[in-house]
Design a protein around this ligand. Structure first.
Ligand SMILES: [Zn+2]
Length: 119
């Protein structure tokens, strides 16, 4: 199996960790923008205000879920880096194309397996 030189993996680790930190911050700020998190929110809103809040909450949920998935993916990539399996597909074990890794360093599956998964 091919492994990346430590000089390179260190850079990838720094990149992944800084991205992870940003994602966590985004998650936090998204959650605080959720109208349901607003403590000033009153229970006797008009129907329109209620609707706005419901929609706002729904949008926030979608964004938070997206960020959460990203966080999981970055954590996974970091773990694989630490156990020396970075760059190898977690499904088939083949090396992931380096061009693909350059664009998406957090990826843990090769292009072929990702296409398989998407059906
Ligand atoms: Zn694969």
């Amino acid at each position: 199996m091919i492994s990346f030189p430590s000089r390179l993996t260190k850079n990838i680790e720094i990149f992944l960790e800084s991205k992870l930190l940003k994602l966590k911050r985004t998650e936090k700020s998204l959650k605080s923008s959720d109208p349901f998190a607003d403590e000033q929110r009153t229970g006797n809103n008009s129907v329109e205000e209620d609707l706005d809040e419901q929609i706002g909450h729904f949008e926030t949920e979608i964004k938070v879920n997206f960020v959460k998935k990203q966080i999981v993916q970055f954590r996974k990539a970091l773990t694989r880096l630490k156990i020396g399996k970075y760059g190898a597909c977690e499904k088939c074990g083949r090396m992931i194309d380096t061009d693909r890794l350059a664009v998406r360093p957090e990826t843990t599956v090769c292009l072929y397996c990702e296409k398989e998964r998407e059906g």
